[in-house]
Design a protein around this ligand. Sequence first.
Ligand code: F6R
Length: 606
Amino acid sequence: MCGIIGINSNKPVSATIINSLKKLEYRGYDSAGIATLSSGLINEIKSEGRVDNLEKNSLVQNMEGTIGIGHVRWATHGSPNSINAHPHSSQNVSVVHNGIIENSTLLKKFLVSKGHKFKSQTDTEVIVHLITENLKTENIVSSIKKTLKSLHGSFALGIIFKDQPDLIVGARRGSPLAVGYGPNENYLGSDSYALKSMTNKITYLNDGEFCVIKKDQVEFFNEEGIKINKKVLEVSSEEKKYEKGDYKHFMAKEIEEQPTTLKNGINEYLDNSNNNINIYNFPWKTKDISSITLVGCGTAYHSCLMAKYWFEEITTMDVNVDIASEFRYRKNRFKKETLYIFVSQSGETADTYAALDLCKKNGMKTCAVVNVVESSIARESEFVLPIHCGTEIGVASTKAFLGQILILYIFSLKLGLLRNDLKKDVFIQKLKDLKELPKLVKQTLLTDNKIQTITKTFNEAKGSMFLGRGFSYPIALEGALKLKELSYVHAEGYPAGEMKHGPLALIEEGMPVVVLAPRDNHYKKTISNMQEVIARGAKVLLITNKSKDEIVSENIWETIEVESTNEDLLPFLLTIPLQKLAYYSALKKGFDIDKPRNLAKSVTVE
Ligand code: F6R
């Protein structure tokens, strides 16, 4: 999953390409590169690490050329060094690529036999040589058509040609790609966000399509190389600047913003005057939906799992959850009466998008829960429930997680009411409690010092475990994910009741174990499980909610008490100390909190 940009202008393009690459860094930050055409030659400059490194290169600062392409990389084939960084160029052609070419080994063999020499370990370089080879006998359009047909896998491509001073080619299969229109210049980009500072007029390419971008004209082609017409869409021109302000990291800011983002979400969906929930233009009759399948990846998958517990509690529907990368390859029994919900902050996650595509091809009802409303998943779904939590920059999702579970909770209440599964007075009480949630989250955010002091134990341990039952189980998974992705220490989330079936063997003297035991239905059982790990030497951090009843357990290492509210809403509050635990652990280690190693904010490869 990488980010690509292309600009064809009558002004020098390198500085603008660099600025756009900074916006695409959420897609990958292993290395970055740029290629422009000037004086009839392709100039290519690449560097390891962030776009900042590339920008500092004095050669980039003096780079000439009014047409160029740029790339930020998240390594798939070949280590993240400057040789494997994109663009990849022959004498005649330069290419940036987002995706994976699955038959690159075979293609490389063929190209080597034709005398082509390879410089990198990437799959992308075969595209460069294939085009170069095809250009020997074909014109631009048919060489592109022929090249694309030879490629297996997924790609979004930006291509420039030494002998074509007014032309960028863009092509898409699987990975997203957009064209933007400006005054006497046109653009290519992985998303509208990267293009927004230049234009709000956008065309999205569909799978199999490619385009030829000139300064004053853009032509589109289908996979047969036949010209097609495409719509120009106007996206919001609002380009809100999202800065860290006084915070050390975006993640810290995003954690602290949660009372506000939750309030925004609540205000968007709750109708205070009528004690109801507004979900407009819902395209189906509720009687036509008897089950729900929720699909997502990573943190978004944890949101799906959280929603399963709520939907099952609040409605009488059957609920399934699935990890997108598994869902898309299984033999699903698609059912007309099922609503398929795709949860994704970015709306660009390749596996989630593919799962959505599969459902659409099978004629299913599709709904997206997204943060980025102009994203591919939002555009392709029949119905969209935006989470309204604003830009999230930290790679580790925080406010988007609470935003996703908030909207899924609200949706479960609405469906519960419409289906008569939930009595009106209970519904009204739940709305009342929900309105108090931002305030409770704000209070819970004040628990800070204690978390800072315990991070050392987590950082120094061989590993840690996060346990919960019922509503707390998805939160345990999320807490463990946050800690491992930021602090690079092993952490495992488990249903507390499952420990004795194997994982208990991991517990040894001094091992930190987080036990989520709010005063809900599961409290006593979870406390018993907690005793089982304490008896085997674990250092337990108990996270519960405030209560007048004392905690009846001994030998607990540390306790954190979040605010109290109804059982449904406790997962929101339990999440807060876990986010902070991960944040402070990484801070203590001096790690790059907003851009953890090996990760990217948007995962556009499978
Ligand atoms: C973890 C995290 C990831 C994402 C996952 C899906 O903190 O952020 O696990 O949740 O990559 O991304 P989206 O939500 O954009 O589909």
